[in-house]
Design a protein around this ligand. Structure first.
Ligand code: PS7
Ligand code: MN
Ligand code: MN
Ligand code: MN
Ligand code: MN
Ligand code: MN
Length: 345
């Protein structure tokens, strides 16, 4: 009857929030605090893409099978009862796929317009991931394209959901170039910071166009014997990521609903703190640098309004200027970025 049905519904959605807490190191809290019109939809959008990324990252799945899963994942999310129990043992997010039928059941309960956005982004991201199982990130265009598939499209999908929910203007879901940049700033910061971990895992998302100027192969980027060259490559990666700041400011300026604003702004302030920490920092090449817990908590509490976010960005741009020394690699490029951003803010 209706009562047991309701209990069941909330029980399965509750399990989805358990998955969210298990798999997201950074999004669980902000998603849970979203306006109820968006909370479940964005939780499920996250879990669908986390499932897709778990397949992309699993090096134990043979290439042809992986490509097929990635390319059909947008149909899988409509198949009641589908689960995947074959993820490699080292996949920490594998439990999500083992119980994926729960995510599918709740996805199918979403309003159709929400389902359509999630399925469309899943289809395009899956196709992009499949393409990059065959090719590497060589040129700067490849770098922008790969990041568009795995993060820019998330920005597209979220912006369309904000608009569909009625909490933000229709225009937010239409001006998708700025939304793409929101994702690229996060993804490029993640890729820049994770170089040591990724190379040790046998992967590299730094474009060859950058690192080949300073190293013979991927391992040499992080080698201690090649430190000065490694830092030059690192600073080029930081400058590339920092170039999205003007778009990030423009995107955030159009967001009105407070919980949506915080959801969008918190990852962005974390990213600027992280990329400024990474700039000219040899520790990035040796292990995984992270902003301190206290600094992260302070950033979360500050990302409430556009004025406060501008203050945070300004503070980190000043910190970046102090790390940028005349005569060092990328000095002029960094100065151009800090001067322009400080003027705009
Ligand atoms: C739907 C919230 C707000 C307009 C799983 C949020 C992994 C950086 O290295 O987990 O795998 O540990 O630290 C998120 C734009 C995407 C881009 C991309 C979906 C912001 C699958 C986040 C997240 C757009 C591919 C997570 C892009 O980093 O990575 C939802 C506006 C998933 C956003 C991946 C990365 C996200 C990422 P790692 P993390
Ligand atoms: Mn992470
Ligand atoms: Mn991945
Ligand atoms: Mn991943
Ligand atoms: Mn990473
Ligand atoms: Mn990771």
């Amino acid at each position: 009857d209706e009562k047991t049905n309701k209990l069941q519904v909330s029980g399965e959605m509750k399990r989805c929030y358990d998955f969210l807490e298990m798999t997201s190191r950074s999004f669980a809290a902000v998603i849970q605090e979203l306006n109820p019109k968006l909370r479940d939809g964005i939780c499920l959008f996250y879990l669908v893409l986390r499932g897709l990324d778990t397949i992309e990252d699993d090096m134990t799945i043979p290439g042809a099978k992986k490509r097929h899963l990635l390319e059909s994942f947008h149909e899988i999310i409509y198949q009641k009862g589908w689960t995947f129990k074959e993820s490699g043992p080292d996949e920490k997010d594998a439990i999500l796929l083992v119980e994926f039928e729960v995510v599918i059941a709740e996805f199918l309960r979403l309003p159709t317009e929400y389902q359509e956005v999630i399925a469309d982004i899943t289809r395009r991201m899956g196709a992009g991931m499949a393409k990059y199982t065959r090719s590497r990130v060589v040129t700067m265009d490849d770098y922008d394209e790969y990041c568009h598939y795995v993060a820019g499209l998330v920005g597209h999908g979220l912006s369309r959901l904000f608009a569909v929910s009625g909490l933000e203007d229709k225009s937010v879901g239409e001006n998708l170039e700025l939304a793409n940049s929101m994702g690229l700033f996060l993804q490029k910061t993640n890729i820049t910071r994770d170089i040591n971990e990724d190379v040790l895992d046998g992967r590299c998302f730094w474009p060859k166009a950058v690192w080949s100027k300073y190293a013979e192969n991927e391992e040499e980027i992080i080698s201690k014997r090649n430190r000065d060259n490694g830092l030059c490559a690192l600073n080029e990666m930081c400058v590339n990521a920092l170039s999205y700041i003007p778009h990030v400011m423009d995107y955030l300026s159009q967001i009105k609903e407070p919980s949506v604003f915080r959801f969008c702004a918190i990852p962005q302030v974390m990213a600027i703190a992280t990329i400024v920490l990474c700039f000219n920092n040899a520790n990035v090449l040796d292990d995984n640098v992270k902003i301190r817990k206290g600094e992260a908590l302070k950033l979360i509490s500050q990302a409430t309004t556009m004025d406060n976010v501008k203050r945070v960005f300004y503070w980190y741009l000043v910190a970046l200027e102090k790390k940028n020394h005349p005569g060092s690699h990328m000095y002029e490029e960094v100065r151009k970025i800090t001067d322009k951003a400080k003027k705009d803010i």
